[in-house]
Design a protein around this ligand. Structure first.
Ligand SMILES: N[C@@H](CCC(=O)N[C@@H](CS)C(=O)NCC(=O)O)C(=O)O
Length: 227
């Protein structure tokens, strides 16, 4: 049985990607969650991860230690990971790679913190550019492949890569065009994302560096997490 090592549900955006993909596609796996709140040192994740980072997928004696590599490993074994249509597949792979390597301001200024609602003190130029590009990308995919998912009628890896963005939009109250906003709502309504969110809200451990960062960038309007 595949084992997926993740950090936690509230903050770990990279962990969410393979997790939601495997859940939606019904690929069986055992979840191995390691919070290491506060006291985590790189060597603790290094017990199962060569980079000291998660997610890591373990298949027997083989480890796959990056979210994009995990998706490609799964794609070699399951035919619904990427769209069947080659044009949609190439678009999906490009868009997933763009998220993997880009959107730095969105990822840095608006780190994932699912249970909290925050009003940002300000939106930096790079953040506004990332939001503009995100909106353009989502609208492009949805109109080109006619939805309801980014690369067509099925939820595929590209949707999994953008799933954490839906939580970031929700946390920071960031607005996109009506088409993209509807897409974020579609993601948030997915049973798998609802399950992830419900578990995130139950977590009592806090990652102090994340919490401090959040207090720095904005005003906390609401904290829905269990205390
Ligand atoms: N490129 C990696 C990035 C993974 C990553 O940054 N993971 C974060 C958790 S969301 C992590 O392990 N942070 C712990 C650390 O860097 O010590 C991937 O896509 O899997």
């Amino acid at each position: 049985m595949l084992e997926l090592y993740i950090a936690n549900k509230n903050y770990s955006s990279w962990s969410l990607r393979p997790w939601v993909l495997m859940k939606v596609l019904g690929i069986p796996f055992v979840e191995k969650m390691n919070f290491f709140a506060g006291e985590k040192t790189p060597s603790q994740f290094s017990l199962f991860s060569p980079t000291g980072q998660v997610p890591v997928l373990v298949d027997g004696h083989q480890s796959i230690w990056d979210s994009l590599a995990i998706v490609e490993f799964l794609a070699e074994r399951h035919d619904r990971v990427w769209p069947r249509d080659p044009v949609a597949r190439a678009w999906g792979r490009s868009a997933a790679a763009e998220m993997h390597a880009g959107f730095r301001a969105l990822r840095n200024d608006c780190s994932m913190n699912i249970g909290v609602r925050i009003a940002l003190h300000q939106k930096s130029g790079p953040l506004l550019s990332d939001l503009e590009r995100l909106d353009q990308l989502w609208q492009d995919g949805l109109s080109r492949f006619q939805g309801p998912w980014l690369a067509g009628e099925n939820f595929t890896a590209v949707d999994a890569f953008y799933a954490p963005v839906a939580f970031r939009l929700q946390t920071y109250g960031l607005e996109l065009s009506p088409t993209s906003q509807a897409h974020a709502n579609r993601l948030l309504a997915l049973p798998a994302l609802q399950e992830w969110q419900a578990q995130a809200l139950l977590e009592v451990q806090r990652d102090e560096p994340h919490e401090a960062e959040m207090r720095l960038v904005g005003t906390i309007l609401e904290d829905k997490r269990r205390s």
